[in-house]
Design a protein around this ligand. Structure first.
Ligand code: CTP
Ligand code: ZN
Length: 154
């Protein structure tokens, strides 16, 4: 990235979530449970021009890394996102998010009649029919979940 384009400062140690689908940065922040009252520097950039895709969002978090469940949730909304681990100002690890083919226990079925929503101890399970647009099929009732159904839960 050229100096002309540099919008937000580099971070010293932490995580940069880059190439987030434009408009989803605030959903990512919510997934991570960030309230803004933590004593951390958080940088959020929304709808910045990107070479790869038309627009992208970026979330930078000082002094924190992500757990696998958080990465899977981000992958549901932003399948092209990259997770960059920063140590001493350098990118020490770059990982593209990846949705598993089967998603277990991360989200609930939006069909109220689904057995996974009864009081039975049933764990949720979805098959990824499509990543973009997001289509998840419930293992139990066949209900097809879209991105909006997932967003309502975060
Ligand atoms: N970054 C940062 N602080 C650092 C190092 C990098 O905030 N100390 C950010 C960069 O601004 C960029 C992302 O982390 O948004 C990835 O950095 P880098 O791999 O250097 O950038 P690119 O090569 O453009 O990444 P990609 O190929 O994934 O687009
Ligand atoms: Zn279901």
């Amino acid at each position: 990235m050229s100096e002309m384009e540099l919008r937000v400062s580099k971070i010293k140690d932490g995580t940069v979530i880059d190439h987030i689908t434009g408009g989803h940065a605030l959903d990512v922040v919510k997934i991570l449970g960030i309230t803004g009252r933590e004593k951390r520097v958080i940088t959020i950039a929304i709808n910045v021009p990107s070479k790869l895709y038309r627009m992208k969002d970026i979330v930078k978090i000082e002094g924190r890394e992500l757990n696998p469940q958080e990465v899977h949730k981000i992958a549901l909304l932003a399948p092209h996102a990259t997770i960059n681990i920063i140590r001493g100002y350098k990118v020490t690890k770059k990982q593209r998010v990846k949705l598993p083919k089967v998603i277990e226990n991360i989200i609930k079925c939006a069909n109220p009649a689904c057995i996974s929503n009864s009081n039975e101890p049933v764990q949720t399970k979805f098959y990824v029919d499509s990543e973009e647009p997001l289509l998840l099929k419930c293992h139990y009732c066949g209900f097809i979940m879209e991105k909006k159904d997932v967003l309502e839960q975060f």
